[in-house]
Design a protein around this ligand. Structure first.
Ligand SMILES: Cc1ncc(COP(=O)(O)O)c(C=O)c1O
Length: 510
């Protein structure tokens, strides 16, 4: 018996390098597949035509033959989004000659619209020409040093930039690792009404429906209610704002005690909840969280990915809350105005010092990528030199007046919130109820609305029942008013599709 096994094994024996010992085994049979690829595979000669020269027919045929996936919508949706050809200012153009006003700065990130400032293009080209890449652990670069100094100069207090990953999710991953290693604790508290990214931990930190795709299985995350639950008011229906804030903080404290304060590394929150509906925290709430964090030795991690770098009229959203200094700040999007994938995680001096003699324990090949840093460096200087943040603050009254007018004119709008150049309407049905809970498919009315939105020359992100308004921070007053007028016409269609009569005015609870 053992002789047969030995023979069978020896017939499969391979030549082993000297010093290595292999174990003979019989391989499972596999069905042969042609995995042969020529070193110089035959490719479509049209690839050698310059970018910008493929026409619509060629593009559509290629997309039919070579599918790719979409992210938060089914793959087939790639056939129903426009073929964008170029951008100019706050506008995007498609191959059918349509011109769209970008009403959400894409995913609230193209904050300077669709012309990249020349200084940014030149800086990227110069960096690519001189030193396109050095791995962050192998060599230092001038641009990393200069960007880091600039960050120290613009971040308040003792916050300092620690790492420069490539996406918002990665910036949160780095922040989560920082908090866990610094405190020696594992649990992270986050809110249901939140989005923090789609990597494992950032996905688990997320509260909205995108967590359900698989991140729910990641351990170590506890969900809490922020001051904006959908169906109840903290402190009861008649509570004052102050009482509601106190009740929300009481609930959070009780959760902290039940989870065991010594187990909780950080509380992560968006300073202004973005995709979840432009939720601006009521007075006292962020200060209350800061106090709870101090009391229980928990780190306060503020996610500035969507609103950082000027969206709210302040450089960072948390600067809208008097006296509130986070321990960890993650940012992305506006750091490069979306011209290149780039993000940043900052921390306070004590955390920075803690890691002087130990590794962070999080990294990625393109962390501190020189070309990305050159883009961010020039972009931030551009924001400062052109007072883009101040501009966002100065436009806020006009922005809010336009939001108010639409809320008055459209019965489908239940309420709105606005800060800086960021706003969101909540849509209601004729019963005053929420017409799109997260687990439900969108109401047909929203399909008609989306069609009208496009026909009126708007392009943007849709997260029903919310309607976000976040045009590029570079938009002019005339363009802003024009954008709200386009939205007004699309909202007429929504009112109608939801069954509102023009004259019917619901009593709206704001
Ligand atoms: C607040 C917030 N955090 C994190 C992220 C994730 O960023 P990214 O998509 O770059 O990973 C987003 C994206 O929209 C966001 O809005």
């Amino acid at each position: 018996m053992s002789g047969i096994a030995k023979n069978a094994a020896s017939s499969f024996r391979r030549q082993a390098p000297r010093g290595a010992k292999s174990w003979g085994r019989s391989l499972p049979s596999i069905s042969a597949k042609n995995n042969f690829a020529d070193a110089n595979p035959e490719i479509d000669p049209a690839h050698f035509q310059p970018l910008g020269t493929w026409g619509s027919d060629k593009l559509n045929a290629s997309r039919q033959e070579n599918p790719f996936m979409m992210t938060w919508v089914p793959g087939a949706a790639r056939h129903s989004v426009p073929n964008m050809t170029h951008g100019e200012g706050v506008y995007l153009f498609d191959d059918k000659g349509n011109k769209y006003l970008d009403w959400t700065s894409q995913a609230v990130c193209a904050n300077l619209g669709h012309d990249v400032p020349k200084a940014v293009v030149d800086a990227a080209a110069q960096q690519m020409a001189t030193l396109p890449f050095v791995y962050g652990g192998i060599g230092m670069t001038e641009v990393r040093t200069r960007l880091n100094q600039l960050m120290s100069e613009i971040l308040p207090g003792d916050l300092r930039a620690a790492v420069y990953p490539s996406s918002g999710a990665e910036a949160n991953e780095a922040g989560i690792m920082m908090a866990r290693r610094f405190t020696g604790r594992q649990k992270i508290i986050t809110w249901y009404r939140s989005y923090h990214g789609a990597t494992a931990n950032a996905g688990a930190a997320t509260g909205d429906f995108r967590r359900w795709y698989g991140s729910d299985e990641v351990p170590g995350f506890v969900k809490a209610f922020n001051p904006f639950p959908l169906f109840f008011n903290h402190g009861g229906p008649n509570a004052t704002e102050e009482e509601s804030v106190q009740a929300a903080l009481n609930m959070l404290e009780e959760q902290i005690l039940n989870e065991g304060p010594d187990n909780i590394a950080s509380i992560i929150m968006e300073s202004v909840v973005g995709a979840g509906g432009c939720l601006v925290m009521p007075p006292g709430y962020m200060q209350g969280i800061r106090a709870l964090c101090d009391q229980y030795g928990i780190l306060m991690h503020v996610d500035e990915v969507m609103v950082g770098f000027g969206r709210t009229g302040k450089l960072f959203g948390f600067q809208n809350y008097e006296g509130v200094m986070p321990d960890i700040v993650s940012s992305a999007k506006g750091i490069s105005s979306a011209a290149i994938p780039m993000s940043m995680t900052a921390c306070n001096a004590e955390i920075m010092d803690f890691f002087e003699d130990k590794p962070l324990g999080w990294g990625s090949t393109y962390q501190a990528h020189p070309v990305a840093m050159a883009v961010a460096y020039e972009n931030i200087k551009y924001l400062i030199e052109n007072n883009i943040v101040g501009r966002s603050a100065n436009m806020a009254p006009l922005f809010e007046a336009c939001m108010q007018k639409l809320a008055n004119d459209h019965p489908s709008i239940k309420q709105y919130r606005a800060i800086g150049m960021f706003g969101c309407f909540d849509i209601q049905d004729t019963n005053g109820a929420n017409p799109k809970l997260q687990h439900e498919a969108a109401h047909q009315a929203f399909h008609k609305y989306k069609q009208a939105y496009i026909e009126n020359g708007l392009v943007g992100l849709h997260r029903y029942p919310h309607i976000h308004c976040a045009p590029p921070l570079s938009i002019t007053e005339e363009e802003l008013i024009d954008g709200f007028q386009r939205l007004d016409r699309a909202l007429d269609v929504l009112d109608d599709a939801l069954g509102f009569e023009k004259e019917v005015q619901l009593e709206t609870a704001v």
